[in-house]
Design a protein around this ligand. Structure first.
Ligand SMILES: Nc1ncnc2c1ncn2[C@@H]1O[C@H](COP(=O)(O)OP(=O)(O)O)[C@@H](O)[C@H]1O
Ligand SMILES: [Mg+2]
Length: 348
């Protein structure tokens, strides 16, 4: 395996490797001062997807590893395309797990998604209601809290919540992993809007910029996507280390050329052989691949007719056979056929 690799896809967590990267290229050096934000540990979203990780995942020396590592060195987003079920979203979790980067920030994109949803939300109505309540209770605006202290409505940070992208751009010590999932589902503007933020590594919250010159409002504690609070100074969020951004696409549509130019593009093939074996064993234990090789063969063979079959179907079939039909061998074939149907001939 190449020495320069930071991410090796071995499944072995090695949190120190990321610090061995050379300094970023000058045009990707953001370097905001650290804000002392404590990143939470990986959560169940990661463990559910990765299983137990007993075996190496990526095939060493593969083109995929080179591209992923190029993105890590260049501090560029990764754009991963591939058929459903090829392991695109899970790759973000694998990166976070192996590099010890904590909880994965996830932004599932839908057709209505706008840049602002990823950056932050401001609950102006909630704040107004709280302020009215404070007045009813006899305090001035911003006063009259339950214990006679300042009323919560005076604390604007309680009503501002950074989204997954906004949280990824906080100046934590180490880079965060941000999964922008199924970007091809977005409307036409989102990829371009996203591009600007990812180029600049920063954004502003006008609600905070406006009040930054008021006493005590220069630095405000806002909520984050992790459910914690983080300081924002002068209404501006700027990253320190550029986050590990993984954007995925099922290729439902093409992306604008400027976006492609600024990303590292990886086309992830459907997992076969070692990679498929690693996935099966991660979820069902060592030896399970050989034990269920009949189902695996069936899964791979049915692809010959050109249909798309996500790995999830094989995992579902193995689970069912293991827990039910396994006791009735005659049922195995029937279950396999039921579950492993091509996506493109199925219900729309
Ligand atoms: N590195 C991995 N280790 C274990 N299981 C994996 C891995 N990558 C993918 N899988 C499994 O394969 C299935 C499909 O992966 P997913 O990331 O959802 O694909 P995609 O995002 O390309 O549609 C999931 O059930 C996931 O648990
Ligand atoms: Mg996915």
């Amino acid at each position: 395996m190449s020495e320069w690799f930071i991410y090796r896809g071995t499944g072995d967590p090695d949190p120190e490797r990321i610090d061995r990267r050379p300094a970023p290229p000058p045009w990707r050096d953001f370097g905001a001062p650290p804000i002392g934000y404590r990143v939470p540990e990986a959560d169940s979203a990661t463990t559910r997807r990765l299983g137990t990780r007993a075996v190496p995942l990526a095939v060493p020396g593969s083109e995929a590893l080179r591209l992923i590592n190029a993105a890590l060195y260049l501090r560029r987003p990764l754009l991963i395309t591939g058929e459903p079920g090829s392991g695109k979203s899970t790759l973000a979790h694998d990166l976070a797990f192996e590099l010890g980067l904590g909880r994965v920030l996830q932004w599932p994109v839908v057709s209505r998604s706008e840049l602002r949803d990823g950056l932050y939300s401001y609950d102006a109505i909630g704040r107004l209601q709280d302020a009215q309540l404070a007045r009813l209770e006899g305090g001035e605006d911003g006063q009259g809290g339950p214990d006679g202290g300042p009323h919560p409505a005076g604390d604007i940070g309680r009503y501002l919540r950074l989204g997954p992208l906004g949280t990824a751009l906080l100046a934590a010590e180490r880079p965060r992993v941000l999964l922008i999932d199924e970007l091809d589902k977005s409307d036409i503007d989102l990829p371009n809007d996203l591009l600007n933020v990812l180029e600049e590594g920063e954004f502003t919250l006008p609600e905070l910029e406006r009040v930054a010159d008021r006493p005590g409002q220069q630095t405000v504690q806002v909520l984050t996507d992790d459910g914690l609070r983080a300081p924002v100074t002068g209404g501006r969020v700027r990253c320190r280390a550029f986050p590990v951004v993984v954007m995925t696409s099922n290729r439902e549509r093409d992306f604008p050329a400027p976006l492609l130019r600024r990303c590292i593009h990886l086309d992830l093939a459907a997992p076969r052989d070692e990679r498929l074996a690693a996935m099966v064993q991660a979820h069902f234990g060592a030896g399970s691949y050989d034990e269920y090789i009949g189902l695996v063969d069936r899964f791979v063979r049915t692809e010959a007719d050109g249909g798309v079959r996500p790995t999830d179907q094989l995992l579902n079939a193995i689970y069912l056979v293991q827990h039910t039909a396994g006791r009735h061998p005659a049922d195995q074939d029937a279950v396999a056929d039921l579950l492993m149907r091509p996506l493109d001939n199925g219900p729309r």
